[in-house]
Design a protein around this ligand. Sequence first.
Ligand code: ZN
Ligand code: ZN
Ligand code: FE
Length: 750
Amino acid sequence: MRLKIRITGLVQGVGFRPFIYRLANELGLRGYVLNDPLGVTIEAEAEKEKLDEFLVKIDKEKPPLAKIYSLQHTFLKDAGFKDFEIRKSEETGDKKAFILPDIATCSECVNDIQNQKDRRYMYPFTNCTNCGPRFTIIRALPYDRKNTTMKAFKMCPDCEAEYNLPSDRRFHAQPDACPLCGPFVSLYDSKGDLICEKQEAVDKAVELINSGNIIAIKGIGGFHLVCDATSEQAVDRLRKRKFREEKPMAVMFPDLESAKKEAHIDLLEERALNSIERPIIILKKRPDTVLAGSVSPDNSTTGIFLPYTPLHHIILQRLKKPVIATSANMTDEPIVKDETDAFKRLSKIADHVLSHNRDIARRCDDSVVRIVAERQVPIRRSRGFSPLPVALPFRLKEPVLALGPYMNNTIAIGIDDKIFISQHIGDLDTPLSMGFYEETINDFLRLFDVEPGVVVSDMHPGYYSTKFGEKHFKDRLVKVQHHFAHILSCMAENDMPQDAEVIGFAFDGTGYGLDKTVWGGEVLIASYKGFKRAFHLGPFKLPGGEKAVKEPVRTAFSLLYETFGEKAVDIDILPVSEKKKLFFLNMIRKNINSPVATSMGRLFDGVASLIGLKHKVSYNAQAAIALEQLALRSDDNGSYPFIIEKNVIEHRPLIKKIVNDLRSGVPGEAIAKKFHNTVVDIIISVSESLRKETGLSTVALSGGVFQNAVLLEKAFSKLGEKGFTPLIHQLVPANDGGISLGQAVYGHYK
Ligand code: ZN
Ligand code: ZN
Ligand code: FE
């Protein structure tokens, strides 16, 4: 196996390459290390365990002067290196367009704020050249204090001295500050009246959280809503006020040790928790956890992260217990970043607001990752990662702007061989999120100082992003099919060469098809230049369209209708009245607002409803997640029949058998598991038939359905066993957050 690592930071001229060389030889790795314009690139080959060890040791044993600002890694198919070498440096490339992400508080700064003798004792804005905010304080380039939101604060003589002393850890640390000269926190009530400031405000906030209040706390890329995660009452109140019924909320722990008591954490998960990016990691809760049940109801997993600002450290050290730290926004609205906005939009949710007077230049939500198949798989790529580029295996002809999809939107800018992907923007559903979207596009074009030669959008005529492209870039707009963009993004981040061809499984909830129907269970033969739709899931109708997405029971009925015809009305499985069934039937038969779909995501929804798990959902993919959770509880290795005829994957035999199982009392766990196994069987069987036909053996797995760990893990290992090379996402999400990367790549080949 091959591990590819790209590191940015102070890694040149500090003995970094010799260190890597020595470590690689110690572990018996083959490959190379190379200085490039943005830092260092490493490729290493060995068994997976050795590579994991290598990854952990780079973090732990790096030379004292080396500073890592970002470390992106991907496990790839081996390339057959003979030995380990230090390669000659690459001179090409532009260093100018290089903006660091926000970096979690380093251990030295944590020491400073905990040291009673240090002048930064308990100071919530402590940072140094190795840590602190970057992307979210930069107003313009070059990255100088006067171009950041720290401009408002004039350094005191002590800070100025550090800033100018080359041997100091704070030499040219742009956000450098201290209690005398820097920003400070203030506590307000929900109406915006000031209560107290500075240390007093922190003390009071801790007290308020302890007694069950909800506090909006201003952080790096926006506000969090914070409350005691062990208090059922507090969490429940937050849910009610936020109108967030069941979607899991992230929990921040004081430190690794306290997190380990409540969740199962393996080596790679620990590395991710401690990484400078500090994403939220989806972890399995321990059965006896102190976390309130309403943190992630009906869910064996929950999102966990560690403090990444001095303020987090100070508050959590004092509280000594986990807190909910969820983005401060209403559903489908962008995260709140300004005080005035906080008072306006959060006054009905938060009891108090702990704000500070350092402006946030741009919003940036927390990132979310999950360890699947022993790899770090992004669910949301935002703070800590954005705006770092994903490097392409080739150079773009001209600068590209990718407008992204509609759900989980990100945008991207392509320059040379790099694609800079924006922070998470979200669903383009509300005027506020559309505003954030336009803001981000203008922001990226200005920051990277680029005039795109080509602009790429989705094909869906109704997407706000497509309309935006048509309005502003009509002269150079090209459109790319949604599922092709998914596969392109997976190919690009896996370093596939320009002449590569793959078998691509793009499984998601929805995407505009070439035939104008709802696609989502698509098997493509794809190269960078184009694709052929080789197979697709058998079509079924979605009675009510969008309503069927919110109410999986509609899809379940439709699947029954496809399988049993009008007899579906007599099948006594779904908890709906006969009248309602006849109503659905009428819609389907008369084609009233019942779009045709080949969507794998909807099939998961429908099966979840048939089993009786979820008939209505309150957040995206909730039914599919419930089905995955249920499958985890079974070790049934069986599967259901399916038929592949011409280029259609027939789901009717599968539905028939599930109904049989339900009637004969087979437990839901087993049915859920067998359904997952069946989807894996479909992937293997289709891949084998396409390998026979085309000779291709590389299989790309993309689309939101592949966030399902049970499915991804099993498909990944089975494909490997059968001699295929599976490609999965490790740099951008498999969901629509990764679409902008695929679109940007398409811009080169349009
Ligand atoms: Zn630091
Ligand atoms: Zn100072
Ligand atoms: Fe999609």
